[in-house]
Design a protein around this ligand. Structure first.
Ligand code: PLP
Length: 367
């Protein structure tokens, strides 16, 4: 155990009581609580439709499944993401085609997508890495002539604000995750938002075994239903999310200032279109002149937990074996992955811990 953990969910008696109350009532599977949370999220994100799922991976899979994609089809996705972003393409029987990211924002730019479009491309998935939105408008504008569906894996971006509007309705679909280390959590949980009714109708049917009317199955769906007690926890969490995001933004600001003029380390770059970041993780990028792994060890030895980001998906053993990818195929993503280090940034960690972390890292860099 570290003195300062990497994340610490703001969860307490209120969530426990909310779950207890639902369980006591006796209706624990999907019901009124799920619908209630969906309606509250709709208001919070200012979207027309919000559909709750049992996790973020199934949410993304459901969105992609709308397009009837299958064998022989391709879907473009950044390699620098969590495994789910690509696995959902395989669940559909299609081929994930990886793309690079921008060396400054670490998100995809239109050119990275366009160079991978072929006749077989059926959809595009982008990822709001660490909770920072991609430039939706720019991507929409430059991809328009290809007429391809745009799905955003916004798993880490619940509450992020893009050009003064919350993330959730910029693309055809946005999926989110409420896993334990995300800014809002149901333990396990997911969400899809969309502004189109026919998309929302599909998602509700897909989530419930393709059922339209009792035991009348019109589609091969899945059991991706969330529970009512998870939704009850979610309702308490939704009340806290603004305070979590406000505090994380304060901490990020302190880190940004502290590390701004320090050699050998870069703070996250925020483009103008980002009105608010969620700081799912606060990530420092160390210079390639120093050994990031050594720095990580030394920071850990001081009682501070840290995380490496997700390795690029094309280097995961299962993808290497399946598609023959190798080191060097996506040099930018591989390089930045080796320089990244997430440091603690969570509500309630306190100024003392923040300053301790800053001093430890500054001292190590001076050596
Ligand atoms: C957390 C996460 C997911 C998956 O969510 P689960 O709820 O764990 O299934 C997908 N994509 C990204 C980028 C994530 O960070």
């Amino acid at each position: 155990m570290y003195k300062i953990p990497i994340a610490n969910p703001s969860i307490n008696n209120k969530e426990a009581k909310a779950a207890y109350d639902v369980i006591k009532k006796g209706w624990i599977s999907m019901g009124k609580e799920v619908l209630d949370l969906e309606n509250k999220i709709k208001k919070y994100l200012d979207v027309k439709h919000a559909i709750l799922f049992n996790n973020g991976t199934s949410a993304l899979h459901a969105a992609l499944s709308f397009y009837n994609i299958g064998p022989g089809d391709e879907v473009i996705v950044p390699t620098l993401s969590y495994i789910s972003s690509a696995n959902v393409i395989l669940y559909c029987g299609a081929k994930p085609v990886f793309c690079e990211c921008d060396p400054k924002t670490f998100n995809v730019e239109p050119k990275h997508i366009i160079e991978k479009i072929t006749k077989k491309t059926k959809a595009i998935i982008t990822v709001d890495l660490k909770g920072m939105p991609v430039n939706y408008d720019k991507i929409k504008k430059e991809i328009k002539k290809y007429n391809l569906p745009l799905i955003s894996d916004s798993a880490e971006a619940f509450g992020s604000i893009y050009k003064n509007k919350k993330v959730g309705s910029q693309f055809d679909f946005h999926s989110f995750s409420f896993f334990a280390n995300k800014n809002m959590t149901l333990g396990e949980g997911g969400l899809v938002t969309t502004n189109k009714k026919k998309f929302a109708d599909f998602l509700r049917i897909f989530r419930n075994q393709g059922q339209e009317g009792r035991y009348n199955h019109t589609y091969v769906g899945n059991n991706y239903r969330p529970t009512d007690y998870a939704a009850a926890i979610g309702k308490v969490q939704l009340k806290k999310i603004e305070s979590v995001l406000i505090e994380k933004n304060k901490i990020a600001k302190i880190y940004n200032k502290a590390f701004k003029n320090i050699n050998l380390v870069e703070t996250p770059y925020l483009p103008n279109y980002v009105t608010r970041h969620t700081w799912y993780m606060y990530c420092l990028t160390f210079s390639d002149k120093i050994n990031r792994d050594k720095i990580k060890d030394l920071i850990n030895k001081k009682g501070i937990d840290t995380r490496l980001s997700f390795p690029p998906i094309h280097l995961q053993p299962v993808y290497k074996k399946k598609f023959g990818y190798k080191k060097g195929d996506f040099p930018v993503s591989e390089k930045v992955f080796n320089q990244f280090l997430d440091i603690p940034c969570w509500k309630g960690m306190g100024l003392k811990n923040i300053n301790y972390i800053i001093n430890v890292i500054k001292k190590l860099l001076k050596k």
